[in-house]
Design a protein around this ligand. Structure first.
Ligand SMILES: [Zn+2]
Length: 389
C-alpha cells in the first residue's frame, strides 16, 4: 500500500484534533502516527508508561547501523481549562496566516513538519538515519522521555545528535535552565483555635518554610548569572500551589505546597533542596518535636527533575543546526525542554523549532504559517545533507 502524502498544515490539523492534554491517553495520536509511518514502510517502536495508557514512539528512517539524527518532540499539550478561546482549541483554524489550536505551537507544529517530510526523506534515499522520537508527559515534568532515551540507548547504536523542536522561532538554542520541583507536606496537630499552646499549626509552619524559600530565592537572585545570557539572569525559585486547613477555628493539621526552582546550567542543581532539607532537619523539626513528640512531620518528595541544557560550543548538534538555520548565533532560554535529558545521556543536543514560546500554554495559541514553512525548509536542508539524491 502506498503511504498517504499529507502536507505539514494538514498534518498539524490532524494532530491538533487529538486531545492529548497530559492527563489523557495519547494512544490515539500515536496510533495515527504509527499507521501513517507504516504506510510508508516505516515501523515504529512504542515505549509505554506503567499503566499502558500512554506511549513514546520511536521510528527510524533509513539505515539502522549508524547513529543518526534524532528529531524530538512531545505529543502532549497543556490543559485548556479556564482559558478563554475564541476558536475551538481542538480544530486548527487559520486566520490571517496564523494557525490557531492547542498545541499548534507547543509543539505539534514541529511534529507535523517532521511527519509531512517522511515520504520525501525516504524517496531521496537516506545515507544516515533520521529518528523520530515523540514522547508523552513532557508538560508535566518531561516524564516520558526518560524511558524513551533509555530504550534507544539500550537497543540501538547511539544517535550522533538530537534536535528538539520546541518553539524557538527557528533560532538555535544551546542552553536552558533546568527544573527541580517538589511537594512539601506539613503534618501538624489539630486543636481548638483558642488552644494554640497545644496544637501545631501546619499552615503556619508551611508559611515559615515558604519564607525560608523566599529568602533563598533572593540570595540566588543576588548571586546572578555569570554568563549574562539568561532572562531573568539568575536561578529562579517559586511556590506554585498551597492547600490546607479546615476552618478558621481549627488549628490545621495539614498543609501541602508545591514549589520549584530553575537552576542555571553549570550551577549545583542540588544546592537549594539540600539547604531546604537541612533547614527543616536542624531548625524546624526540633521545635515541633518538642511541642508534639512523634506527631509533627515535614516530608518533601520530588515531583520532577529536568536537567538544564549546558552550552557545548562546536558540538555536532550546534554545528548542524546553525548551518540548517543559516545563523551564527545561539540563544539561551529560561524554559526547560527535553534537550537537557538527551545531553545527560551523552547525545549532543540543541533546541530549534517553529513558533514563539510566548504563544505556548495560552488561550488562542497559534503558530504562524511562515514558521511552518521555515521549519519545512530547515528539514529539507537536513535532507540535502543526509540523503543520497
Ligand atoms: Zn513543549
Amino acid at each position: 500500500m502506498a503511504g498517504e502524502h499529507i502536507d505539514a498544515v494538514e498534518m498539524l490539523r490532524r494532530l491538533v484534533a487529538f486531545d492529548t492534554t497530559s492527563r489523557n491517553s495519547n494512544l490515539e495520536l500515536i496510533d495515527f502516527v504509527r499507521h501513517y509511518l507504516r504506510g510508508h514502510g516505516v515501523e515504529s517502536e512504542l515505549v509505554f508508561d506503567h499503566g499502558g495508557a500512554k506511549a513514546n514512539l520511536y521510528a527510524t528512517l533509513g539505515p539502522r547501523e549508524t547513529g543518526g539524527i534524532i528529531l524530538s518532540g512531545h505529543t502532549d499539550v497543556v490543559p485548556i481549562d479556564d482559558q478563554d478561546w475564541t476558536t475551538d482549541p481542538w480544530r486548527l483554524t487559520e486566520q490571517h496566516g496564523l494557525l490557531y489550536g492547542r498545541g499548534s505551537c507547543d509543539m505539534k507544529g514541529f511534529v507535523a513538519c517532521c511527519l509531512a517530510l517522511v515520504p520525501e526523506f525516504l524517496a531521496r534515499g537516506l545515507k544516515e538515519p533520521i529518528h523520530l522520537a515523540f514522547s508523552y508527559d513532557e508538560e508535566v515534568g518531561c516524564l516520558g522521555v526518560h524511558s524513551l532515551i533509555e530504550h534507544v540507548v539500550a537497543n540501538h547504536p547511539k544517535p550522533r545528535l538530537c534536535l528538539v523542536g520546541e518553539p524557538t522561532m527557528m533560532q538555535v538554542v544551546d542552553a536552558h535552565k533546568g527544573i527541580r520541583s517538589f511537594f512539601t507536606t506539613v503534618t501538624g496537630l489539630e486543636a481548638h483555635s483558642s488552644a494554640t499552646h497545644v496544637g501545631v499549626n501546619a499552615i503556619m509552619v508551611a508559611a515559615d518554610l515558604i519564607g525560608f524559600l523566599g529568602r533563598m530565592g533572593e540570595e540566588l537572585k543576588a548571586r546572578g548569572d555569570a554568563t549574562g545570557r539568561f532572562t531573568p539572569p539568575y536561578t529562579t525559585l517559586s511556590v506554585g500551589t498551597i492547600e490546607g486547613g479546615t476552618a478558621v477555628n481549627i488549628i490545621p493539621r495539614h498543609c501541602r505546597f508545591a514549589w520549584e526552582y530553575r537552576p542555571l546550567p553549570g550551577t549545583d542543581a542540588d544546592e537549594p533542596i539540600r539547604r531546604f532539607e537541612e533547614h527543616v532537619r536542624t531548625q524546624v523539626m526540633p521545635a515541633l518535636e518538642e511541642k508534639a513528640p512523634g506527631v509533627a512531620a515535614i516530608t518533601t518528595v520530588p515531583r520532577s527533575v529536568t536537567p538544564a541544557l549546558s552550552p557545548d560550543p562546536g558540538s555536532a548538534a550546534e554545528v548542524l543546526a546553525k548551518a540548517l538555520a543559516g545563523t551564527n548565533e545561539t540563544l539561551a532560554v529560561s524554559y526547560a525542554t527535553e534537550a537537557g535529558i538527551f545531553q545527560v545521556h551523552g547525545i549532543p543536543t540543541v533546541v530549534c523549532g517553529p513558533g514563539d514560546i510566548l504563544q505556548a500554554h495560552r488561550p488562542n495559541e497559534f503558530v504562524a504559517l511562515d514558521q511552518i514553512r521555515a521549519c519545512t525548509a530547515f528539514l529539507r536542508k537536513l535532507a540535502d545533507r543526509v540523503c543520497a539524491a
